[in-house]
Write a protein that binds this ligand. Structure first.
Ligand SMILES: [Zn+2]
Length: 258
């Protein structure tokens, strides 16, 4: 069990915002090298705790971690204070939520992780939610003590979205990121129709995933970059004889544009 990894970082200088760590590592993104070299970078969620970059070596890929120091802490409500739920806990937790409760988690995800709004310094204002934490659950550990655990979550730009590790199969995941969306309808020969939505990489314009929407109609624009949060599962689709990402349920998707 590990603490939540950092797949994004926040920095306060121009251009202000939350940046995806993995796409920032591609060699042609020289502007990001400048960000790492010149600027302090922060936790993408609370924007208070300072992070550091460990450079890539021959045997290890680059990664972000908390900058050491007693005073360098996450905000109380930040999910990076907690360990991630185990797979079995995540399955049970999502199973206990109504569709409305899942949508509320997705709204919080967009607010906490993708909102570009900043105040006069890099710190965010106190979130407007009563309980701003991102899907923390209370469980009891072996010593029967109450502990909080955070929902497993990943950026759409995490390489594990494409090369999915086997221990991620069948587990509900919260995914989020700034992406393009392309909605379309498929009409079969018998006249039966359904809708799908493509999630598209903002940099490469490649498709990240293609999600079944059933009768839900998405009125998205292809030229607009959306903040998107979804709950998905990597499952075996018997009709296609392959594993693919599917929405946890047909409404577990939220998108917003600025
Ligand atoms: Zn934090």
């Amino acid at each position: 069990m590990s603490m939540l990894e950092y797949t994004e970082f926040y920095h306060a200088d121009e251009p202000v915002g939350v940046f995806d760590f993995y796409s920032s590592l591609t060699p042609d993104r020289k502007d990001f090298k400048k960000i790492f070299n010149r600027n302090k970078i922060y936790c993408p969620e609370c924007r208070v705790c300072q992070l550091k970059l460990t450079q890539e070596t021959i045997s290890k890929t680059a990664f972000l971690s908390k900058m050491p120091g007693e005073n360098n802490k996450h905000s109380d409500w930040c999910s990076h204070n907690h360990q991630t739920m185990k797979n079995s806990e995540a399955i049970k937790y999502y199973g206990s939520l109504s569709n409305e409760e899942i949508l509320e988690k997705l709204e919080k995800t967009i607010y906490l992780l993708l909102s570009p709004k900043v105040t006069n310094n890099h710190k965010k204002t106190v979130p407007t939610y009563d309980n701003p934490t991102l899907g923390l659950i209370q469980t009891t550990n072996r010593k029967n003590e109450e502990t909080m655990k955070a929902l497993p979550k990943m950026s759409f730009y995490d390489p594990r979205i494409i090369n999915v590790p086997e221990n991620y199969y069948h587990i509900p995941f919260l995914l989020y990121g700034d992406v393009y969306l392309s909605a379309y309808e498929i009409i079969g020969s018998t006249g039966f129709s359904y809708n799908k939505i493509r999630v598209i990489d903002k940099n490469s314009k490649n498709q990240i995933m293609n999600l079944y929407r059933g009768k839900n109609i998405d009125k998205t624009r292809e030229d607009v970059l959306y903040h998107v949060a979804v709950v998905v599962r990597y499952d075996y689709v018997s009709i296609r004889k392959e594993y693919k990402w599917e929405l946890y349920n047909q409404t577990s998707i939220i998108y917003r544009s600025d």
